[in-house]
Design a protein around this ligand. Structure first.
Ligand SMILES: [Zn+2]
Length: 412
């Protein structure tokens, strides 16, 4: 039987710091059974041998920051949640075609999408469910002040508002009840929000304590949206476990992160490209100024201190953030002083660690699940190879073929 697949090419396993030329990755069923030099590979006679011109084999990409709520949601077109859910099904397929085999999702749909993918009903990456993003009212997720908070909380697919310790208990527990595997909060205001400033410090110390304690009691972690410096620092001091965006980190923030092993999730393509985006509302245009320089400073600092960085995009398959170009995030990280290999590890093994699945995915090693991507070109010479889905020729998730483009040939 031809259950065995063999991928031939340059192997970047995200374990070592060098690529292996003329390598082979052998997949039997859902797992990798061999990764190493081609000459020593155990290749059965009837194996499906796959390669392409100038082929590089990588672990599947992991996007640690995404909101799977349907691309049109950002434009408030009046679509119902049902319309948006169906858009999301298409978006998931686009993600996989771009080489993304794992995501941390922060939206109301995550649990249902994860179950549908696991059941084999739809095509999509592995999902770690974060539930909705928790914010105070008047904070980063307060997008429509014409409606009462309770109504927003029933209708919003991305955010959920809570005020006071009592509501924080309930809000956190509600996310777990709806399938969350980690909790995301807003520690500061943001660029996209309508009524706050990104320097606003959001949630009181009492509220933060409740959120963090309650989440830890569920044996998982709190990650925080962090733009302005003061709110980021307060959240770090309160004990959050992970930082998203980290737009305005100062030396003290990074020192606390180093001491407490707090990782940083990127979203740099958005941060570096904000000022050039089209059709942004005026409040965003105003706030976008300076975000690029601040982000570059933050990530240089994080690099200097050896903070673990995981790749995230905040992309939504909108015209400004197409999933076909989600791999631009690798390039964006290299613009902040990271090597191509460091960027690749940020988008593979480090993401797997944040998904709490590093023992199963994130590297190319015998015994791990076969989440693999075959690209045409050498991303160590030109990281932009990863920036477009057209270069992603073959995608496997758990050994199952998800995409095979023209140009993939049977190797020998
Ligand atoms: Zn986000």
């Amino acid at each position: 039987m031809s259950e065995t697949k063999v991928l031939l090419g340059r192997v970047i396993d995200a374990v070592g710091d060098e690529a292996l030329e003329n390598g082979a990755v052998v997949v039997a069923g859902e797992r990798i059974v061999y990764a190493g030099p081609k000459e020593q590979a155990p290749i059965p006679e009837n194996a499906d041998i796959l390669t392409c011109e100038n082929a590089t084999i990588l672990p599947g990409f992991i996007d640690a920051h995404i909101h799977l709520v349907g691309s049109e949601s950002v434009h408030k077109t009046g679509d119902t949640p049902y319309d948006l859910l169906l858009t999301t099904v298409k978006d998931l397929s686009d993600l996989v075609d771009a080489g993304v085999t794992g995501v941390r999702d922060m939206s109301a749909f995550g649990r249902a999408l994860k179950d549908a993918i696991n059941a084999g009903n739809i095509k999509g990456p592995r999902i770690m469910v974060g539930g909705r993003v928790l914010s105070m009212s008047s904070g980063h997720c307060d997008f429509d002040v014409s409606k009462p908070v309770a109504q927003c909380n029933e209708e919003d697919l991305t955010g959920f508002m809570m005020d006071g310790p009592e509501e924080c208990y309930k809000g956190v527990r509600r996310q777990f009840r709806e399938g969350a595997e980690f909790i995301k909060i807003c520690a500061t205001g943001g660029v996209s929000s309508a009524i706050d400033d990104y320097n606003d410090q959001e949630f009181s110390p009492e509220e933060l304590k409740v959120i963090i304690d309650e989440t830890h009691r569920h044996n998982t972690y709190v990650t925080a949206h962090c733009t302005g410096t003061a709110g980021t620092k307060a959240a770090l001091k309160a004990g959050i476990d992970c930082v998203e965006h980290g737009v305005m980190l100062d030396e003290e923030c990074v020192q606390i992160m180093k001491k407490n092993n707090v990782p940083l999730v990127t979203t740099l393509s958005v941060a570096l490209g904000l000022a050039d985006m089209k059709n942004l509302p005026p409040h965003m245009m105003r706030k976008a100024q300076g975000v690029k320089e601040a982000s570059m400073r933050s990530f240089h600092l994080a690099h200097e201190y050896g903070i673990m960085v995981a790749l995230g995009t905040d992309y939504s398959n909108s015209p400004n953030t197409p999933f076909s170009e989600i791999g631009r995030e690798f390039y964006s990280l290299t613009r902040c002083g990271y090597t191509p290999m460091e960027a690749i590890k940020a988008g593979t093994i480090n993401g797997a660690k944040l998904m709490k699945r590093a023992h199963e995915i994130g590297t190319i090693e015998a015994g791990k699940l076969a989440d693999l991507v075959l690209v045409q070109g050498n991303p160590l010479d030109d990281i932009q190879v990863l920036a477009h889905a057209d270069n992603v020729k073959l995608v496997l998730i758990g050994g199952k073929e998800q995409k095979r483009m023209d140009g993939v040939k049977h190797g020998i």
